[in-house]
Structures are given as structure tokens and as C-alpha cells.
Design a protein around this ligand. Sequence first.
Ligand code: FAD
Length: 364
Amino acid sequence: MLLEAEPANSLRFVDLEGVQVMSTAGIPPSARRAEQCHVRRELDLRRAVDRTIVMEELARGDVGVFLSAPGPSMAGLLVDMLGTAHQKEDFFAPFLDCPTWSCFALTEPERGSDAGSLTTAITEDDSGRLRVNGRKRYIGNGTRATTGVVFARRGKSPLSIGAYVVDPTASGVKADALATIGLRAAQISDISFEDVALQPDAELGAHLPRGQRGIRASLQVFNQLRPGVAALALGVSWNAFDTVVEALAGMQVPKLRDRLRCIETELLSSRELVVRAATAADETGDGVLASAAKRSLCRQAERVTLDLCSLLGPRARLDNPALDKAVRDARGIEFMEGTSNIQVLNVGQSVVTSVRSPRRSTDR
Ligand SMILES: Cc1cc2nc3c(=O)[nH]c(=O)nc-3n(C[C@H](O)[C@H](O)[C@H](O)COP(=O)(O)OP(=O)(O)OC[C@H]3O[C@@H](n4cnc5c(N)ncnc54)[C@H](O)[C@@H]3O)c2cc1C
């Protein structure tokens, strides 16, 4: 709740064990120093399955603390996927030294779901110096980040969109936190880039064919991370569940306990869907099950947090600020990594295109 009241408090939490796990999560062994390679070997946070386990548990504690934690996060996954050995070494080094925040700047003010029409532009002068101009919006940890990735285009074609490593503290960058009702701790921000100089080798995946970088690569990152967003939604439901269990402790309320048991069973079975989606993302890179899981568990979190309030009566949200926060946070997750409509489109497209041969009307 401290972080909820004042999101600038995130530095106070950097010593928590869960926050420390996230602060170096996803750093590939090749970018670690030898003595850091065997740290936390039991979890491989480059794998979606392991990430979902950790994300559900940390969100069960508090999704705000999870989202405001330092670490390579989404930007790190993209650098790991597309970067050269040198880019990885440069990008990941600060995370190994001290708590470092990163950002992943894709969304623009008028172009959220339609990322392919983004307008942030890269220009190159005669001596090959790169500059970026444009505006991004709703960027997690935007005001805290000291490194990150920005998506921008060099031309009109969708293939001209690339991902570039950027220093958000550079001259010409301005970041302002947006006031939000849910997920306040994430400090989603408006970031403007005005003639911001980039390193000559800032583009990620420049050694790869155009079709494998930019938006396409970001879609792969989303497929990998989306099961984790479903896990966050599940964690928020558990958080509200735990609050109500605590509030009812010692009371003789058998009917309410029956309803709690039903919710617990539903949440436990939802975990199976998350694990299956994460396994598919790890094994095939496929994001269809992840879309289904994200959409289902977001809806579930929105419904379950309100159902849990109804168990405690009309004053539930006033008497239990943590429950009120869970209700608000659940609604914020809807917008992370694709809204429900976009997930339904993903699943629908997959159903349509996976029909190998159209069934003839004479088929029985
Ligand atoms: C907590 C949080 C953290 C975030 N972090 C980041 C971040 O780190 N980096 C980043 O780049 N962005 C981030 N975002 C932004 C997020 O990715 C966008 O909010 C999301 O892509 C939706 O874009 P939008 O808000 O512009 O809504 P829009 O795209 O304008 O959508 C508005 C509504 O229209 C619907 N809609 C849009 N297109 C279609 C369609 N084709 N068919 C049917 N319905 C449609 C949507 O479902 C939605 O209901 C974050 C958002 C939140 C809430």
C-alpha cells in the first residue's frame, strides 16, 4: 500500500527477495559473469513456464511491487532474442551491478492495438548518426528506466519498423508518469523523444532479415510473455482471495466458506490453463493458447475480485483497502500485452487458418 500511495517509493523494495529475483531475471548465461552463472539455477526465467510460476506467486503478494521491480523485463527478452553478443553484454551489464529499471516503448497515443501504424521515426544523417523522434504512451516504468527499447520506423513499410536500444535519461527524452486508478505502482508514462541520439549499433537484429525484427519480433516476445500476464491476473485473484480468507478468520460462516472453496477450486484449475499456455509458448513459440489464457484469466480476475467483495458485504472495499486495490488492479491487466478483443482475434485467426482443407458440403 506504501507503493500504491506513492509509486516513487519503489527503491525501498529493492531488497525484497522477490524483487531481487526479477532484477536479474532473463539475463542469458553468456551475458553473466562466471561467478553469477549458478545463481538460482533451480529457476530459468528465460522459460515461460518458470516465469508464470514466479509471476503468479509475486502477484499473489502484490502485483504493483512486481511491476515496479527493477530488471531487464520485456526489453531484456527482446535483446536476448535479437541482440548480438556485444549488444547483450552492453545491455545486461548494468542489471548485474545495481538495481536498474528498463522500459519497452511500443504503444503510441493514438496507436495502441494497431502497433504496425506507429509513427515514431528514426533518421540517419550523412555520417550515419541515428536519431529518434516521436511519442510513446502507457510505458511501464517509463520514469524510472535508465535503459530500454523503443520501436520506430525508418520508412513507410511495416518492415521498416525496428527495435532500438535507447537511453531514457539522454538529452531530448521527457518522461511523465500518468495518473491511473489501477496498477498505480507500474507508473505507466508518457515519453517523448526529441532528436534523441542513439548508438550507431542501437538497432536490434540488424544482422537478421527485415522480416525477423521489429514488430514481428515484438509479437514473438508477446507470445512468450502473455502466459505471464495471465499468471499476473491469477495472482491478483489469489491476492483478493487471501484478503477475504483473512477477514473471515475465526468467524462461523459455513455458507461463505463454501463459496470460498468454489472460488479456490476455480483458481486452482485456471493454473492448469496458464501452465499449458506457457508450455506451448516454450515448445513451439505459439501464442494462441496464451491469448486464450490471458483473455479468460483477465475476465476471471475482474469477476472474482468483485465476487469476493460481495462475500464481505457492501462495506468490503472500504474496510479492506487491499481488496479495493485488487479490484482496481484486475481491470488494469486487461490492457497489458493486448486487450481481450485482440486476444479473441488471435484465437479466431488461428482457428480459421488451422483448418487445413475446407470441409465439403458432402462430407459426413
Ligand atoms: C499497466 C499497463 C502497462 C503497460 N505497459 C506498456 C509498456 O511497457 N509498453 C508499451 O508499449 N505499452 C504498454 N501498455 C500499453 C498497452 O499495451 C496498450 O494500452 C494496449 O496495447 C491497448 O492500446 P490502447 O490503450 O491505445 O487501446 P486501443 O488500441 O485504442 O483500444 C481501445 C479499445 O478498442 C478495442 N480494439 C482496438 N482494436 C480493435 C480491433 N482491431 N478489433 C476489435 N477491437 C479493437 C480494444 O480491445 C479496446 O477495448 C501498458 C498498459 C497498461 C495498462
